[in-house]
Design a protein. Structure first.
Length: 367
């Protein structure tokens, strides 16, 4: 049994953080060879799920700041599926930085905790944190970049779960490489969510020789993510991320007017459930039309928690191996907007090779 731990801090204690913390405890005693829905392996490299150890948490919500992480993950407005009882963790939620993380609609349901921003860099260093996960709300461009500076100064690896572009941007790749630190991102995929379903269907059309003429993906849900995204100005990076994840699978230009991908509305009674509608219109042999429609219903946050658990463990492998900059293989499989896009089959094969130590690609590439 491994006694090596992965010391992890989390920024943003919403539904995604709740599902992550619950998942680590739910699967802590899983057999080494167990099939776990949503995880690549119970033991990934030398690290079992139970080797993830939470060290610090950051938020701005008065309902969460000052509480233990085990309590904060169930505090309103969190409303995800409760599938595990989490013991007291002795991990306080510290007052984080606001910047642009609290938008017009979120401010109606979240009250900022009083007091100054905690010493983020100092806390990360004092707790010997190794990997930091970003779960800030969509549109938190300035807040994310502010936190990244603290993470770089503290000497931690970074897993960017939101659509603020860090790992795919040359500037940030160089910044992490200069510090000898790895980054995995950007914008986490779900186990089986709207984006991966749309990608697979797109690839099916391409592989079977059906010309894709136009398509849409409409999503709505009841969590604070969808409430936040009612503010359309915060959606730009999210729409880019989700659209690129689909168009990267098409070997020709569909035209911006022929594809629409993005969140559509907030329905409070859905809670953390997300409903997705996809339509694809294509042309087959003889210029005969072919249309496809599908509806997907998921609990949104548990759907990506396993992906983040695997991303954390591959980030720790990068630290162990002395890798720096953007780590291509895990980013390509786990994220919607990685530095390099592959088909999902290729990305999975590449990542398995990365885990075995047989394939390692970083950006910027080492000379």
């Amino acid at each position: 049994m491994s006694e090596r731990k992965i010391r992890v801090a989390v920024i943003g204690i919403g539904n995604c953080a709740s599902a992550l913390v619950q998942g680590v405890h739910f699967y802590q005693n899983a057999p080494e060879d167990a099939f776990i829905p949503g995880l690549m392996h119970a033991r990934l490299g030398p690290y079992h799920v139970r080797d993830i150890e939470f060290t610090a948490a950051f938020d701005i919500d008065v309902n969460k700041v000052g509480k233990d992480l085990s309590e904060a993950i169930f505090a309103p407005p969190n409303n995800t599926y409760r599938f595990a009882e989490v013991p007291y963790l002795n991990v306080p939620v510290y007052r984080g930085m606001t910047h642009d993380s609290l938008g017009k609609y979120l401010s109606q349901v979240i009250q900022k905790a009083p007091g100054p921003t905690a010493d983020i860099r100092g806390i990360l260093q004092d707790t010997r944190t190794e990997v930091v996960v970003n779960f800030l709300p969509v549109g938190s461009e300035m807040a994310t970049k502010w936190y990244v500076e603290q993470i770089l100064d503290a000497g931690c690896a970074f897993v960017n779960g939101i659509p603020v572009f860090i790992a795919r941007e040359g500037y940030w790749q160089r910044r992490f490489a200069e510090r000898g630190l790895p980054v995995i991102g950007d914008d986490v995929k779900s186990q089986l969510g709207a984006t991966i379903l749309h990608r697979v269907l797109t690839r099916l059309f391409v592989d079977r020789g059906v010309q894709i003429d136009r398509t849409y993906q409409l999503n709505f849900g009841g969590n604070t993510d969808f409430l936040n995204m009612l503010e359309r100005e915060r959606l730009e990076s999210k729409k880019i991320s989700k659209t690129n994840a689909v168009t990267s699978q098409i070997p020709y230009n569909l035209g911006a007017e022929n594809i629409h991908v993005g969140p559509s509305d907030h329905v409070p009674w859905l809670q953390d459930r997300k409903w997705c509608y996809i339509r694809m219109e294509g042309t087959t042999f003889g210029n005969v039309p072919l249309n496809l429609e599908v509806k997907l219903e998921v609990w949104d946050s548990p759907n990506s928690a396993g992906v983040i658990i695997d991303a954390i463990r591959t980030a720790k492998l990068a630290l162990d191996r002395g890798l720096s900059g953007a780590i291509v293989e895990p980013s390509a499989y786990f994220m919607k907007s990685p530095p390099v896009q592959f088909t999902d089959d290729e990305a999975r094969e590449n990542l398995e090779a990365y885990i075995r130590g047989e394939r390692i690609t970083t950006l910027p590439a080492k000379e």
